[in-house]
Write a protein that binds this ligand. Structure first.
Ligand SMILES: [Zn+2]
Length: 246
């Protein structure tokens, strides 16, 4: 059992070292993520506006073609007016002319209002763009900084991750799950030793009967106050010794 506990504690020791490397990165990863999200949000807005702009340009082009077609038939209708032979033909023609003129006017009005709203969209895009540029600049700076830190510890981190992987497979799945759960909940330390009769995670006194049981290294005990796994000094020593060897 002591080996099992020592292996679990080794995992904690490795994770402690990885946490230190993680801390070196400070809030850079969070900042990079935040900036990426903000940039995406604004860029999505710009894309949407650009789409609207091209859609409206396309529509205006179609309208222009339709206007040209209508104008040309209007010309024909007007020429035909001189050749009508009776009132019925005259009425039919003027009806066509009226219809074409109304349609031309409608399309021209539509185009004008689309042109106006496109001007507005163009202005909105121009207003959004500097913000994205500024954020991109900020992002690039943060990324360079983060990469520098990652690069500086790359070898060290790789070594630790390899070691961690080897140790992790030795830990029983349920124990690993418990370990990870506590680690996540308590941000970091999931396994601690007893220091001067107290849990070194939360500094609450561990009952003396529990301390005796703990020293027997027979099973997993958790601190009644903070929920961390408690191990004896012997286990910690064993784990440190094993890590030194590997
Ligand atoms: Zn505790």
């Amino acid at each position: 059992m002591i080996n099992k506990l020592a292996t679990l504690y080794s995992l904690q020791l490795i994770d402690d070292e990885l946490d230190v490397l993680e801390e070196l990165r400070g809030d850079l990863p969070l900042r990079v993520n935040g900036l990426n999200a903000k940039i995406k949000e604004i860029q999505d807005k710009i894309d949407e506006k650009n789409n609207k702009k091209s859609e409206s340009l396309e529509k205006r082009k179609n309208n222009d073609e339709e206007i040209a077609r209508l104008k040309s038939s209007l010309k024909k209708f007007k020429a035909q007016l001189y050749k009508v032979r009776n009132n019925k033909e005259y009425d039919a023609l003027t009806k066509e002319i009226d219809h074409s003129e109304t349609e031309i006017e409608r399309l021209e009005t539509e185009n004008m209002s689309m042109e106006l709203s496109n001007e507005k969209i163009k202005f909105e895009i121009e207003e959004l763009t500097p913000g994205v540029d500024e954020l991109n600049k900020d992002l690039a700076e943060n990324e360079v900084e983060l990469k520098k830190i990652i690069k500086a510890n790359e070898i060290e981190e790789k070594k630790l991750r390899d070691k961690r992987e080897k140790i992790a497979v030795e830990v029983k799945k349920p124990d690993y799950k418990v370990y990870m759960r506590i680690r996540k909940a308590l941000k970091g330390k999931a396994i601690v030793t007893i220091n001067r009769s107290a849990c070194s995670g939360c500094h609450n006194i561990v009952p003396s009967q529990r301390q005796i049981e703990l020293r027997q290294n027979r099973r997993l005990f958790t601190c009644e106050s903070c929920g961390r796994i408690l191990v004896s000094a012997e286990v910690a020593e064993e784990a440190t010794k094993n890590l030194g060897k590997s």
